[in-house]
Write a protein that binds this ligand. Structure first.
Ligand code: ADP
Length: 244
């Protein structure tokens, strides 16, 4: 494993549901320390891809490599121990628990053995909250927080396990313009700390501000792959989005 090797490699990935080829022969390489966006029209296979690479679905074919290691058949908690964590499109927090308690669940779930002298779960959770700017809300009950802050708690929970790769499923959904700009800042800071971010996102404005690389899906297949400038002027992409 070298710096040049991809942190994530989906190789000939397939996920078929009966006759529906939700993901078909997909090849994606994600470079270390980048923000990589997966986009495409509704039904193009984005969620299925994320679920396969997170271990929620077993693929019909192909291989998922994380840091050069084949994790195709590893359970989600095993992937977490290899440094992969994710957030969900619909918030999945414990609404009656405090912000800190929710984030501590993430610190624990990563299943990383805590070596003597390293920070406790609580300290790691507090550090993650500090990173997303919510340390002052540590004791608030999650259900009392505004929606945008709940999304930040989810990101903090994913960060608390000290991942090297974080998967975000539509992180900007439901955020107002101010919150979106805060999210852009947060994603850039995470990248600045060497984290790799792989995200599904519909908000093109946000993607153009943060993505280093974009992969475009249509009908389960990759139709374009490159920098935002390369991808967004690609005729196939324009066609897919205009639905011609
Ligand atoms: P996207 O996230 O890009 O909107 P999805 O990955 O959700 O796309 O869906 C891709 C295709 O796979 C769609 O045709 C969808 O109907 C189908 N699909 C997704 N999940 C299932 C499932 N559990 N069973 C059957 N078909 C599914």
């Amino acid at each position: 494993v070298t710096d040049a090797s991809p942190i994530l490699h989906l190789q000939n990935l397939k996920k078929h549901f009966g006759g529906v080829k939700a993901v078909d022969d997909l090849d994606i390489k994600v470079r270390r320390g980048t923000v990589h966006a997966l986009i495409g029209p509704n039904g193009s296979g984005k969620t299925t891809t994320l679920n396969v690479l997170n271990g929620i679905y077993m693929p019909t074919g192909g291989t998922v490599f994380v840091d050069g290691r084949d994790v195709t058949h590893a359970a989600p908690h095993v992937r977490a121990s290899h440094g992969v964590s994710r957030t969900f499109q619909n918030i999945r927090l414990f609404p009656a628990l405090s912000v800190l308690e929710n984030v501590m669940v993430g610190a624990q779930r990563a299943n990383n053995p805590i070596a003597p002298g390293t920070a406790s779960l609580r300290a790691r959770a507090l550090a993650a909250l500090g990173f997303v700017g919510l340390a002052h809300q540590a004791n608030a009950i999650v259900r009392n927080l505004p929606y945008g802050h709940q999304r930040l708690v989810e990101i903090a929970r994913a960060l608390a396990g000290h991942p090297k790769l974080i998967l975000l499923d539509e992180p900007a959904a439901g955020l107002n313009q101010t919150e979106k700009q805060e999210l852009v800042g947060l994603l850039k800071r995470l990248r600045g700390h060497g984290l790799t971010i792989f995200l599904i996102e519909h908000d093109m404005g946000l993607i153009q501000q943060v993505a280093d690389h974009i992969t475009v899906l249509n009908f389960g297949k990759k139709i374009a792959d490159g920098t935002p400038e390369e991808v967004l002027r690609h005729p196939e992409v324009i066609k897919a989005y205009l639905g011609e």
